[in-house]
Design a protein around this ligand. Structure first.
Ligand code: TXA
Ligand code: MG
Length: 310
């Protein structure tokens, strides 16, 4: 393990990119203080420059050195970091993050991942790591290294940490006065935030591109067309099922969770989409209804974007 961490450190210090595991999805990481590395991330991912990158930190101290934090930010950070949460914070004057990470915005998405390999890499270097999900823009996020596209594989060092523990990206939040705004639904449900931080207003921002530029209408999309909330599967469709029902596919079926667990469904979500998408016999993907509560809200958000037609 130490050997591969040293290799990652060397790559990152040279301004190159490393794909590393986190508890949510794999990240395509580069030195957040180095313009050359940031440019490589945007180019490789084919990501529009106005969509800012999340920065990953090794600990809370490093975040506090670089950003202004109000008391609600502090409470959120204490409850959810390290973990699958990204909090948007205002840069201090002395902030080390390069302006290109956030398209010159004064606010940056900050996250401390809860994954041993990720933390060891972050500890090995003396800069934060900018890392979007390791997919080509608008495609599905990788939760295993075999999901990573050839173009990304050929241009990076990949560190294999097995299957992502949670399987959905981090929840992106921002505070506004005494309110918690949710800018992207993710691996921490609104219900969990409400439980851990009671008595605070939580507002799901109309999840559009303006507030959080990554909320494109089309995103997280497999190559095959997707139909959601189906009750009947068509002849050439693979089935992404949930819970118990009578639906059948002639070609292939993956059940996100036959016992109806949304946590299990989250973990399987991108992998099962990937498997159906790569089945040569499938011409489309039919998705069973998923309850819109807890992590089901995040899954439905991803499905809505994945099935978006212009
Ligand atoms: O779980 C995750 O968050 C993964 C792992 C690798 O950490 N990363 C990830 O990054 O999903 P990415 O770039 O694919 O998604 C980041 C989201 C985007 O929707 C982006 O628009 C939003 O966070 N975001 C980042 N910086 C922002 C900022 N300064 N203001 C508003 N939204 C921001
Ligand atoms: Mg992404």
């Amino acid at each position: 393990m130490q050997k591969i961490i040293n290799l990652a450190k060397k790559r990152l210090e040279d301004g190159n990119l490393v794909i590393f595991p986190t508890e949510t999805v794999y990240g395509l990481g580069g030195d957040a203080t180095n313009l050359r590395a940031i440019k490589k991330i945007y180019n490789l991912k084919k990501r529009p420059l106005e969509n800012p990158l999340i920065c990953h930190f090794k600990n809370i101290k490093e975040i506090k050195e670089n950003f202004e934090i109000n008391s609600l930010d502090n409470e959120i950070i204490k409850k959810f970091c390290p973990g699958p949460l990204t909090i948007i914070l205002k840069k201090r004057k002395k902030c080390k993050i390069h302006a290109s990470v956030s398209n010159n915005l004064n606010y940056i998405g900050c996250r401390i991942p809860k994954n041993k390999i990720a933390i060891n890499i972050l500890k090995s270097v003396n800069f934060p790591i900018a890392a979007p999900s390791a997919n080509i823009s608008t495609k599905i996020s990788p939760t295993q290294t075999n999901h990573i596209s050839k173009k990304l594989k050929d241009n990076t060092l990949i560190i294999n940490g097995g299957k992502s523990l949670l399987g959905l990206e981090s929840t992106v939040v921002k505070t506004s006065k005494n309110k918690i705004l949710i800018l992207r639904l993710g691996s921490i449900s609104i219900e969990e935030i409400r439980r851990k931080i009671p008595n605070k207003d939580i507002e799901i921002k109309n999840l559009n591109q303006k507030v959080s530029p990554g909320n494109q209408k089309k995103h997280y999309a497999p190559n095959l067309p997707i139909r959601i909330n189906v009750t009947k599967v068509l002849k050439n469709e693979g089935l992404l099922n949930f819970g118990k029902n009578n639906m059948k596919s002639n070609i292939c079926e993956y059940n996100l969770s036959s016992k109806g667990s949304l946590k299990e469904a989250s973990k399987n979500f991108f992998n099962f989409l990937y498997l159906i998408d790569n089945n040569k016999l499938c011409k489309g993907i039919a998705v069973a209804p998923i309850p819109s509560q807890d992590l089901g809200k995040t899954i439905n958000d991803r499905l809505k974007r994945a099935s978006y037609k212009k």
